[in-house]
Design a binder for this molecule. Structure first.
Ligand code: J2J
Length: 529
């Protein structure tokens, strides 16, 4: 499987042996996660209700379809589907073939998708026809891929329903050390990065998570975040539910109008949300009429969840809360179901695996004294050793001995629990959506009125942060200032995902600089009263 593995940084052989010997890495494959009773409901989506046997059969038929298209083990396929049964079927089909899905978010547009197709040299691109009022076929027309597969009205492309075919024999399965799936990094650089996850590390990720979170065949898990996001997919997520034999219910969004009726109707027991959704739900129970009494656990992660809000969850929603501090790069921290309330409310959890190695370091890379704030470095059996095809970036993002520099500032308690205290990376965390400042700045610099641009986060009571773009205008700062609306329209035309659009625009005569001449973003942020 040359294509999928070149540009992939493996674990050193002695560590791989240790992870295997200790049982963290099994030989199990992502395509084999459907472990529920054949007649039990695996998936509820829209009007559809699929038993395990039926989902298994559909995944095999779609896998046969991809094989007939010429998609092979080692190929990459960009998948951009909303929360529908097709997402699950296509994901399972591709990992069974051994072609790695590159999981794009539904919000991504030409700018992101074009780059992902190029970087991964994708053979195919899988989309809905229209979703959220956006015609994905239009976007697909300009892209450098051989096959576009459309869920719905395919027009000149290939319909997903048409590739469905009787399996002919059993395809050669991928190996557990193969890259099984590519996740998108939140990003801190000008261009998005891809995170290769092998079958064995991702299977461990989802199985160990399912165990820590107490998932069983009785689990009914509601998906409200994009299914393509690591949290909803495998922490324990959709795949963790399947491994435990439970039921996955897909919702189009976290809006109480859509989620609450599903919780009542399907007797949902657990759901994973980002803080803004948790806040919305805490508020909405007072006026909603649905019965949410089946809920046992609300997982909250992706951005910091305030202790006071976490404390409200059991009182207001009648279920336990679990804080999750995770990253698509690997390391997952969970508060445990039997942790005392104080730790559940005030920390972002402790590492999932006994084999997760944690360091908290100062600016010189030395360990800080216990309990003090520093940058979190990590290495372990499900944390990447390098981004895909990104050697220059990898030299900075990893220590020479293979620790991933998370860019997160944390404090470690004697119990091992971590408290997230801030961030060192140049990224905005907008309610769990990650925006690379440099990527957005590069787009803004392309605007004819803009001489220089700097993007900073501004505190927001609901989103945690929102995005402010500072602009220095051309003509020595005297040029005409574009309005926020014009800038958004400009970014839309460039094909940038809407969640990256700035919420506020400020102009500056010049930018304050640090001693080494970099833009002083702290000083800029301080200007925002
Ligand atoms: C503060 N910051 C957090 C938290 C993530 C589960 C949950 C989340 C993600 C995720 C994920 C945070 N408090 N509780 O993949 O499986 C910030 C950190 C981190 C970055 C990773 C999962 N939980 N963060 O959010 O790849 O800055 O993954 O490094 O999108 O989100 O972002 P992402």
């Amino acid at each position: 499987a040359a294509g999928v593995m070149d540009g992939f940084t493996p674990w050193p052989a002695e560590l791989a042996e240790r992870y295997t010997a200790a049982g963290y890495w099994s030989g199990r494959l992502l395509g084999g996660v459907l472990r529920g009773e054949p007649g039990r409901t695996a998936l509820v989506a829209g009007g559809e209700r699929l038993a395990y046997a039926e989902l298994d059969r559909r995944a095999d038929r779609t896998a046969a379809g991809f094989l007939r298209l010429g998609i092979r083990r080692g190929d990459r396929v960009v998948v951009q589907l909303p929360n529908t049964a097709s997402f699950v079927v296509v994901f399972l089909a591709l990992v069974r073939v051994g072609a790695a899905p590159v999981l794009a978010l539904p919000a991504h547009r030409e700018s992101e998708i074009g780059y992902l197709c190029e970087l991964s040299e994708a053979r195919a691109y899988v989309i809905p026809d229209v979703d959220g009022g956006f015609d994905f076929r239009k976007m697909a027309r300009g892209l450098p891929v051989e096959h576009v597969v459309v869920d719905g009205d395919a027009q000149e492309f290939t319909a997903l329903a048409d590739i469905d075919t009787d399996p002919e024999g059993v395809p050669e399965p991928p190996g557990p050390a193969d890259v099984g799936v590519f996740l998108l990094s939140g990003g801190t650089t000008g261009l998005p990065k891809l995170i290769p996850r092998t079958h064995r590390d991702y299977v461990y990720n989802l199985e160990a998570s399912a165990e820590v979170c107490g998932f069983t065949a009785d689990t009914v898990y509601l998906v409200v975040l994009p299914a393509a996001h690591n949290f909803a997919l495998a922490c324990p997520g959709i795949l963790g539910v399947f491994a435990a034999g439970g039921t996955v219910v897909l919702a189009p969004s976290g809006s109480p109008d859509e989620a609450f009726p599903l919780i009542e109707r399907e007797r949902v027991t657990v759901c994973a949300v980002v803080p803004p959704i948790a806040l919305l739900w805490l508020d909405a129970v007072s006026w909603s009429e649905e019965d949410l009494s089946s809920l046992r656990l609300l997982q909250v992660g992706g951005a910091k969840f305030a202790a006071e809000r976490a404390a409200q969850v059991p009182r207001v929603l009648g279920c336990a809360v679990q804080q999750v501090f995770g990253m698509a790069e690997g390391l997952l921290n969970y508060t445990r179901l039997d942790d005392p309330a104080d730790l559940v409310e005030r920390t972002q959890g402790r590492p999932l695996s006994p084999a997760d190695e944690i360091r908290v370091v100062d600016g010189d890379g030395n360990d800080v004294p216990p309990g003090e704030v520093g940058e979190l470095l990590t290495r372990g059996p499900y944390t990447l050793r390098g981004y895909y095809r990104a050697p220059a970036h990898n030299a900075r993002a990893f220590t020479p001995d293979g620790f991933y520099r998370t860019g997160d500032l944390v404090r470690r308690l004697p119990s091992g629990h971590l408290v997230v205290e801030g961030r060192e990376k140049d990224q905005i965390n907008r309610g769990g959506d990650k925006i690379s400042a440099e990527e957005l700045e590069n787009h803004l610099l392309a605007h004819p009125s803009v001489h220089d641009a700097a993007v900073v986060g501004m505190p927001d009571p609901v989103m945690g942060e929102r995005t402010c773009a500072f602009l220095v205008l051309r003509e020595n700062g005297r040029g005409r200032a574009p309005s926020l609306r014009e800038i958004k329209e400009f970014l839309r035309e460039r094909g940038v995902a809407a969640y990256k659009f700035p919420d506020r625009l400020e102009t500056a005569g010049t930018f304050p600089r640090t001693a080494v001449g970099k833009i002083d973003k702290k000083a800029l942020a301080a200007r925002l009263g």
